[in-house]
Design a protein around this ligand. Sequence first.
Ligand code: C2E
Ligand code: MG
Ligand code: MG
Length: 695
Amino acid sequence: MKDLFNKHNCKYKEMFNNNHTPMLIIDAKTGNIDDANLAACSYYGYIRDKLLKMNIADINVLKEEEVEEEIEKAKKEERKFFQFKHKLSNGEIRNVEVYTGPIKLGNKELLFSIIHDSQERVELESKYKKNKAYFDNLFHNSPEAIAIVDRDYRVLEINNRFEDVFQYNLKDIREKDLTELLCDETLYEASHNFRESIRRGKFIKEEVKRRRKDGKLLDVLLLGFPLVIEGETIGAYCIYSDIREAKEREKKIELLTKCDVLTGLFNRDFFLSNLDYEILKNKRENRLDEKIVVIILCINEFKEIMEALGPLAADNILKEFALRLKEGVGPEDIVARFGEDEFAILIPKIKDMDKLNGLTGEIIECLNMPFYIDANEIKITTSGGISIYPDNSIETIALVRKAEIAMNKSKELNSNMPIKFQNSLDKEVQEYFWIKNSLTRALPNKELFLNYQPIYDTSVNRLVGVEALIRWEHKEMGIIPPAKFIPIAERTGLIHPIGDWVLLNACKQNKKWQDLGYEPIYISVNISALQLEKPGFIKVIERTLEESQLEPKYLQLEITETFFAHKYEYVEDTIGELNELGVKLAIDDFGTGYSSLGQLCQFSINSIKIDRSLISDVHKKSNKNKVVKAVISLAKSLNIDLIAEGVETQEELRFLKENRCTVAQGFLFSKPVRAEKIEKSFQKTIRNLYKKYKD
Ligand code: C2E
Ligand code: MG
Ligand code: MG
């Protein structure tokens, strides 16, 4: 039985034995191995005798009954090809493919099996499947749109994201040219360059625009790299990142860096870079006949509006203001918000300067119209400055600075029309900074002193008072008049220490004269509005009087008419306290502040100093003498004393005396002089009095 082949066919036996493919003959009933060729013995690792004693179930890793089922299938020729796992003598389990068919030798039913080791192929297959799964997962779940194309850029594969982003599905576009699908004709050239670079093995990354199926252009970041297999570039990967959101964000950020959030106008930085650009352009194009204009505007009453109506209303005014400005300028002009209440206009090209006047006029007219905020009608005024390239400067910062200087001047002058920059303004600014810096050292350096100007009652030829007038003697600059430095002291706050110093020294001087035995007179001290408004001013006066030991009735405070007329209610309490204290109050520069005498009767004041502008040439027939006469008679009826300021001639004095204004001060009597010289005025009066008494 064992040598079956010997009996029937030696030729086949040889073929069986010497075949390099493992072969087994299996008893179809029992599953016993009936014969095995040498290749099978060496494959399974058993000597032939051992193998022929084994059952196929000893080799197949399936359960015995499963093996039986499989044998049944082979017997009935239901199947010829099987994939099993076979165990070798060393315990190793290998994947095998078995071709099995029934044969009959005599009465015996046998199965003839040819075994192919498929271990490597199965391993490869599983590796391939795994890799494919990795790829598929990555490819289809990628957040980027990916297309794989062949060398001619025809679509081979696209992923799900590609379908979402570009709205194509694979079956519509397979084998189609990707450039034609996604690019406008204008982009063809760039796309072909891109393709060429990839073909040459380059890795390309660039921001491009690509068209969606519905025609919409998208901003994408395109990443392209070659698809290389076995050293040959057979196509390319094209990866598209949708950067629409990032672009939007970028745009918003760019806008935020360029714009003022509240008004939507451009901001200062953007304005300056545009001015830079326009200057460069003008220089490059040599546009000699065209000028560049910078206008800076500021809302005068902004702080008051803020205090009165609150920040929300103030914001609404700013928004409306910005809107009016934008509407008022041309399409090429740039409007920016420079500061809280400061705005700037850049006119990049203007030939005709008359047009500029027209334009600024229109803008101001439009800004002067009332603003309606929360049922309030609000009127605002603006100050403005203009600088012109190349007339005022050829540099950005200097142009802006000069427009700002001009704007400050317009604010100072209360001009409701923008002022054009002039070199004299620059000098003023330089002088301002010089004074500002030097003034801080004036008090500690003892550069300040007081001059005194006598005030006479001419009806009795008697010295009744003196006005203390401050002087600043700078080592290099000589005497600097108060009109130059007092306004700066007011702007910088230095007026408070300086004012206190004046008060104390003037009072001390007056007391000194009294102590020297001169007839008591009052000392008239100029007080800045800021001093009067500052809380605690009354304490300063009390302290001064105490320190100088001067009686209050010998101190007169001069406050300008302009202040009284506009701000009286803010200082009403202080004035009441000064009255109680017994200090005298005089209204200085009367006739310059446009207040009426009727208005003055409500104030508790002792005297009025008629301004020199009304006194000079008052005797000549003019409206002036009528005004002065009226002022005198009204003051008399209100029981207010009068002092005529700046009397320079006998004629002026005569007119005043004839009209019952006898108290006067002016160069006719004396210029402001040092304290020692005033003592002569006392003596002169005494001498005169003495003379009168003798007569
Ligand atoms: P003011 O108080 O009206 O002083 C009168 C000014 O007129 C003085 O100028 C005086 O020198 C000048 N003056 C007097 N008589 C005549 C005259 O007959 N003809 C002419 N042409 N001028 C005459 P000054 O001293 O230059 O002072 C100018 C202004 O500076 C003062 O005007 C006053 O407003 C301010 N000032 C002076 N000293 C002080 C001070 O200590 N404190 C404050 N806050 N202001 C002061
Ligand atoms: Mg005065
Ligand atoms: Mg005056």
